[in-house]
Design a protein around this ligand. Sequence first.
Ligand code: SF4
Ligand code: SF4
Length: 374
Amino acid sequence: MSQGQIIEPDLKFIKAVKQAGGDTLKKCFQCATCSVVCNLSPAHKPFPRKEMIMAQWGQFDKLIKDPDLWLCYQCNDCTIYCPRGAKPGDVMAAIRAYVYEHYSFPSFMGKALASPKALPLLLLVPIIVIGVLMLSFTGGEFGFMSEEIKFSKFIPHGWIEGLFMGGNALIFLFAFMGLWKFWKGLQSMTPDQSGPGFVSSLIMTIKDIISHMNFAKCTANKPRFFAHALVFFGFIGAMITAGLAVLGLVLIGLESPIPLSHPIKWLGNASGIAGFAGLTILVFRRVKGHDQVGANGYPDWLFLVMLYLVFITGLLTQFIRLADIAALAYSVYFIHLVVVFFLLWYAPYLKFAHMFYRTLALVYARSIGRKAKD
Ligand code: SF4
Ligand code: SF4
């Protein structure tokens, strides 16, 4: 007589997925329509039905090792066709959020960033750090506000660079520890196929990410392809701009503020406008078309709003400086620094982390011959 298998559901995991936007999970009656309509799901062992079953049964130990979770781009074609309103696209996104919360180091940070109650305290950290730096530099004297607006009179660029480099070094170390465990977890499953080596898989994955080709395959939510590309390239452009500006100002003594005619400014403004436009589309569609555009859980919104604030305050800082309204310009610049460092210092615990986890999972999936349907 065959032995039955006793399944121990992880109730904490089920609760967390429901809270993170996967509250419809239990509606699934496993008809598999979602796996059929998904334009990315491979024919062999398709997703997301199997992930819905694992999630319903609280099988988090299996889901954290499942690269298919990350082949899903949350287009929600499956959600549109699900006869039970189980929203598998949202459930997959909520499970991914739980994965990087699970691997976060130190673990209390993952929990804090997943909880709205911790937000005031988390915001207070960059406010205090930047506030103390500003006060120690200015000595609480704001006479410079009657002169030409120069943000280096508020906080020297070198200090910002120090915060940026020092904070990032620590954060990348913490992020690496979580990503390493994630990679080991993926490797612990025995694949039933084989694929190209690591380097080839990495190159193909980077091509997929840059081309956004998998977003383009979604049908229910086509504008997401364009919006995500604008945000993605806008963010990369903004990071390159920030690096070049600090290098120019600190190392080669570039004129401050950098003139509008300088190529660094062109790149910065083009990136800011691209990011702002992309995020406006994403937020607008979420608010207007709730069912078709993906999870609306707290982690999702926190990341979107913070990134949106980075682009908005970045553009406003420049416009208000040009309008020569000193008190407002310095205030908005202060807010800009707070949201930038919030995003950077908490990157491994925000939805930001999905960028790194997804990249690793896609490389691993390629290396075992698993990829989105062509
Ligand atoms: S999520 Fe919906 S479409 Fe998919 S198996 Fe469950 S009920 Fe069917
Ligand atoms: S959200 Fe899109 S990519 Fe993800 S499983 Fe559903 S149809 Fe497939």
